[in-house]
Write a protein that binds this ligand. Structure first.
Ligand code: PLP
Length: 454
């Protein structure tokens, strides 16, 4: 029998196998402080959450002030100033016709609400046959049954398969490192993937598909897949051709992380519905949002006039205040511009120190949202055996060198090959000196793991 773990909070692999997680007792700026006194550089901002770093008193004081003024109200007939201001910042002067925001607590709730919103929209406009949702392999959309139904990671699905929403299916992601053919141009690859989506829509039946869900930049599920130029425009075209709503999940990749506020701003098109979370709240409160285009709002107005989706803690004043304070710091401290500059430093630094490493297949991503994918051989792009928990070994080694990274989900799924990868997503407020510390820790960790023959 394995030794009983002394912590009682998690039921994760480590805990079940008696490897207790370390206790973290404090955090300031880009560093976490462990119980034993070690300072660890937060090279993943939790899970791409701590966008402005930890312990920011400008946010904390505003939350305290909000709680002492108005700690809670229900949203059935009331709203609060912080939520209203925040909504204006998020949808205000953005191109693309996003006009409303619904505030929830987690990314999963936001995506679950987006599923329901897409469905209700079509009922309201008199197209009730549209019940099907298409998403992509190698994707993660959250924890609830609806979100798992869209998620394209077999290990996250398999225990729950019989209970998942049957009217869902998946097509290929845009994963150029592994799936763009030799000599195939970006335009041809985009076209091929758009054709696959079109074929899937036709297979389900015209007038039967409600929405296509995609992460604008795939995060933990496959290690920072940035679409080739033109891909999302092709996808937008196919969605429009068949009246399908385009829902972009920017829970992880959004809110400045790619060097623009919304990741879709790189792509020359706009979504009908967008979900955000994580960096929006910076980790100070639980806050996510669904951003909704006028087209969808008009659809609801023309029907019942109300979205049938309310939650007790929706638009919580303290959470909305945290989001607003984080957005104010984005503005005053030039956080998105810092992300773009530090992102280039991190990418270039990783490339110059690790680009020639025999097992680093690709270093990719955008802004401060970067991954390294590992291969046995660069020439064949072959992956390490499923039995070798490479990402976890790298995670441990880099942690012991002083930085915490995100090791993402598994590899080699039934949906296709995904190499082992590690993900870097430090606070967007990170300094150049801290970027260098990340590069040193990552290099030292990788060298240590590959010092043993794998
Ligand atoms: N969507 C994406 C792309 C995510 O990365 C996550 C979380 O990692 C979620 C949705 C779910 O968010 P949450 O864990 O806040 O429910």
């Amino acid at each position: 029998m394995s030794p009983a773990p002394s912590r009682a909070t998690n039921l994760l692999y480590r805990d079940l196998h008696g490897r207790d997680p370390e206790l973290v007792v404090g955090a300031k700026g880009s560093f976490l402080q462990l119980e034993d006194g070690r300072q660890i550089l937060d090279a993943c901002a939790g899970a791409a959450v701590a966008s402005i770093g930890h312990g920011e008193l400008r946010v904390i004081s505003k939350i305290a002030e909000q709680l002492s003024t108005l700690s809670y109200h229900h949203t059935s007939r009331l709203t609060n100033p912080a939520a209203e201001k925040l909504a204006k910042i998020l949808v205000g002067d953005r191109p693309g016709g996003l006009s409303h925001a619904i505030f929830l607590s987690s990314g999963s709730e936001a995506n679950e609400s987006a599923i329901k919103l897409a469905r209700q929209y079509f009922v309201e406009i008199g197209q009730p046959d549209r019940v099907h949702i298409i998403s992509r392999h190698n994707s993660y959309h959250g924890n609830s049954i609806g979100c798992v139904s869209l998620t394209g990671i077999p290990s996250r699905r398999r225990h729950f398969e019989p209970m998942l929403i049957p009217t869902t299916s998946r097509v290929s992601p845009c994963y150029p490192y592994r799936y763009q053919k030799e000599g195939e141009s970006d335009q041809e690859y985009s076209q091929r993937l758009a054709d696959e989506l079109e074929q899937e829509i036709l297979r389900i039946g015209e007038g039967k598909v409600a929405a296509f869900f995609a992460e604008t930049v795939v995060g933990a599920a496959a290690g920072n897949l940035v679409a080739v130029p033109g891909y999302f425009q092709e996808i937008r075209r196919v969605c429009d051709k068949y009246g399908v709503l385009l829902v972009l999940d920017e829970i992880m990749c959004g809110m400045g992380r790619t060097g623009k506020l919304h990741a879709w701003e790189w792509e020359g098109m706009t979504p009908d519905i967008q979900t955000i979370g994580k960096g929006l709240n910076g980790g100070y409160q639980a806050l996510s949002a669904v951003l909704i285009s006028e087209r969808v709002v008009e659809g609801l107005k023309s029907g019942s006039g109300a979205f049938a989706n309310g939650q007790t803690f929706q638009a919580h004043p303290a959470a909305a205040t945290a989001g607003l304070a984080v957005m104010e710091i984005f503005e005053s401290d030039g956080i998105v511009a810092n992300c773009a500059s530090r992102g280039k430093e991190l990418y270039n630094g990783l490339l110059s120190t690790l680009g020639d490493h025999p097992h680093v297949g690709e270093i990719r991503g955008r802004g401060l949202f970067l991954s390294l994918e590992f291969v046995v051989s660069k020439a064949t792009k072959s992956t390490f055996p499923l039995s070798l928990p490479l990402a976890a070994l790298l995670d441990d080694a880099i942690f012991n060198k002083g930085a915490i990274i995100y090791s993402g989900f598994g590899k080699g799924t039934a949906d296709g090959i995904v190499g082992d990868h590690i993900l870097l997503s430090p606070p967007l407020s990170i300094t150049s000196a801290e970027v260098q510390l990340i590069i040193q820790a990552v290099k030292a960790g990788i060298d240590e793991v590959f010092a043993t023959d794998r």
